[in-house]
Design a protein around this ligand. Structure first.
Ligand code: AMP
Ligand code: ZN
Ligand code: FE
Ligand code: FE
Length: 291
């Protein structure tokens, strides 16, 4: 069984429609795929129809932008009731924060002599629930300033670069509890990759486990082999679920092909068991795994 629990579509900053993504997952030989767009469930219905048609199991999830000790931490939430009002409100604030940042990024880029308009960025964001830095990157690619998203981030959009603008993120522990109250389960995405680096040590994971955090995304491209070994040890010490996934973004991220990292079937089974318990305790109407 091949299981990939972290992917993005055009509903956030991937480059495939939810249906295309699910079909690509089936073609890649995956048995289970989770759609985890940033801060939104808008891709779920289309992905669910495509999963039924393609005969692949779909886990409906999302990747929520949170902050912990002043650093950005991405929280994977699986199978929550997407209509739970505090969750809807929490996600709306994050999406608004991302949208509101666009004019400031455009202005800062203009000051450094890079001409890109807010309309260009909005056009690139198209079907996305909000316009993020990857869409600014796409606008920079379209106008010939850079060749790809990676160059756009390293030259303009990463922290410390001239087009970087801070944005709002939800408080991690509050969001963790909100997802659980919505009947979902949570996993910290790529905890030692990129922006999150240094935010979470074993003591922090232990405290989050106390608050109901189910798992750690250990096997991810942004981690070295040594980091993965160390994170696996922490997860074992704390009795947490270990996941692995591609964090696929279509053509938007190189070296993140579907299934490049996967989750062990027994770890997936544990996660689903915890989801069933969370759903029951919440009393919410939560989505089932499709297929
Ligand atoms: P935002 O949430 O709008 O600040 O945008 C952050 C998103 O940009 C991340 O979640 C990644 O999906 C994406 N990203 C970050 N760095 C890169 C990169 N070097 N190349 C492509 N995408 C990136
Ligand atoms: Zn992304
Ligand atoms: Fe992420
Ligand atoms: Fe992601």
């Amino acid at each position: 069984m091949r299981i990939d629990l972290h992917t993005h579509s055009l509903a956030s900053d991937g480059t495939q429609t939810p249906a295309e993504l699910v079909e690509a997952a089936a073609h890649a030989g995956l048995d289970v795929v989770a759609l985890t767009d940033h801060d939104t469930a808008v891709g779920w219905p289309e992905a669910a129809r495509a999963a039924e048609a393609a005969g692949i199991a779909l886990v409906r999830g999302m990747e929520i932008s949170t902050s912990y000790g002043g650093r950005g931490v991405h929280l994977l939430a699986y199978l929550p009731d997407p209509t739970y009002p505090p969750l809807v409100e929490g996600l709306d604030r994050v999406l608004e924060g991302r949208n509101a940042r666009v004019p400031a990024i455009v202005e800062q880029l203009r000051e450094t002599g890079v001409e890109v308009t807010e309309a260009d960025v909005r056009r690139m964001a198209g079907a996305s629930a909000a316009a993020g830095r990857p869409h600014v990157a796409d606008a920079l690619v379209a106008s010939g300033v850079v060749v790809d998203r990676r160059e756009a981030f390293s030259r303009y959009l990463n922290p410390g670069r001239p087009g970087h603008v801070h944005r709002y993120a939800a408080e991690l522990v509050t969001m963790l509890e909100t997802v659980h109250a919505a009947g979902g389960v949570t996993v910290i995405a790529h905890p030692w990759g990129r922006a999150a680096r240094g935010a979470l040590d074993e003591a922090a994971f232990a405290a989050l486990a106390e608050r109901g955090l189910a798992g750690i995304e250990v096997d991810h491209r942004d981690h070295t082999v040594e980091q993965r070994d160390e994170l696996r040890g922490i997860a074992a010490n704390l009795g947490m679920v270990v996941t692995g996934s591609s964090d696929h973004h279509g053509l938007g991220k190189v070296d993140h092909d579907l299934g490049c990292f996967t989750t062990a079937p027994e770890e997936y089974a544990r996660l689903l068991e915890l989801a069933t318990t969370a759903a029951r305790l919440s009393g919410r109407r939560t989505p089932e795994v499709v297929g």
